[in-house]
Design a binder for this molecule. Structure first.
Ligand SMILES: Cc1cc2nc3c(=O)[nH]c(=O)nc-3n(C[C@H](O)[C@H](O)[C@H](O)COP(=O)(O)OP(=O)(O)OC[C@H]3O[C@@H](n4cnc5c(N)ncnc54)[C@H](O)[C@@H]3O)c2cc1C
Length: 218
């Protein structure tokens, strides 16, 4: 184990019964918004991928994590106390925004299920004046993790289990019922089935594959 990969845990913020934010030392880790790390407890050999939730100008690293029933890592990270250590490798991955498209002020469509909102949180926090629409699909409105971080008119909460969001139904139902400018660049993150269905729908609406980018969690 390399000591430079060990990061102190600074705090845990519970957002729901099963979802929390882990705040850890950054130690100069440089990343592009959208990238992820491999992380596990320092006293365990098990590591999993987690998208970086914090912005690239923030002092600390934040990760948005959902406890998965009988999961090896997500449940055990939550049992750590301030001052314990996690082991981190990375940053990894290429799920970032195209710099040219950002400079040209292109429109972005971000589609997330559950904690798949993490890389979009990092992008919105890191890059000022992004022209984005963020569709966040969850079961209940109580899972709208820190929704105040997004411009109200750019964030659309899609709920299936209650009617307390902005749209009652799946993100794919929202996509079916709405039109998007043809030059919009689309990013999808979270559950594989959601991503596949959403990409199929946008392909059928005429979006070329070069405008569709995905990060699958499970
Ligand atoms: C690139 C990438 C980035 C990721 N970023 C995040 C992130 O920011 N936040 C986050 O919470 N997770 C993220 N994940 C998922 C994460 O890596 C783990 O898979 C998750 O935490 C479960 O690990 P575990 O050890 O607790 O469960 P395991 O023991 O590995 O697995 C238990 C089972 O749960 C399934 N599973 C994984 N995630 C979920 C989920 N959210 N809901 C239901 N079932 C699930 C797995 O497919 C597996 O079958 C990411 C995955 C990838 C590939």
């Amino acid at each position: 184990m390399k000591t430079e990969n060990l990061h102190l845990l600074l705090g845990i913020r519970n957002l729901t019964d099963s979802t929390y934010i882990l705040e850890v030392e950054r130690k100069g880790l440089d990343f592009e918004p959208g990238q992820h790390i491999l992380m596990g407890r320092a006293d365990s050999i098990h590591k999993r991928e987690y998208s970086i939730y914090s912005g690239n100008n923030d002092k600390y690293l934040e990760l948005l994590i959902k406890e998965v029933e009988e999961g090896l890592v997500s449940i055990n990270l939550k049992k750590l106390s301030d001052g314990d250590q996690v082991e981190i490798e990375g940053p990894l991955g290429f799920f970032g925004l195209d710099e040219k498209a950002v400079e040209q002020k292109k429109k972005f469509l971000f589609v997330a299920s559950g904690t798949g909102i993490a890389p979009f949180h990092s992008m919105v926090k890191s890059i000022p004046n992004l022209d984005y629409t963020l569709l966040h699909g969850v079961r209940y409105a109580s899972e709208a993790y820190e929704k105040e971080a997004y411009d109200r008119e750019k964030y659309i909460l899609c709920t299936t289990g209650d009617k307390d969001g902005d749209f009652h139904g799946r993100v794919t139902d929202y996509i079916k019922q709405h039109q998007f400018d043809k030059d919009t660049i689309c990013y999808f993150c979270g559950n594989f089935n959601m991503i596949k269905d959403a990409m199929d729908l946008l392909s059928k609406k005429g979006f070329p594959s070069g405008q569709l980018h995905a990060e699958v969690y499970f």
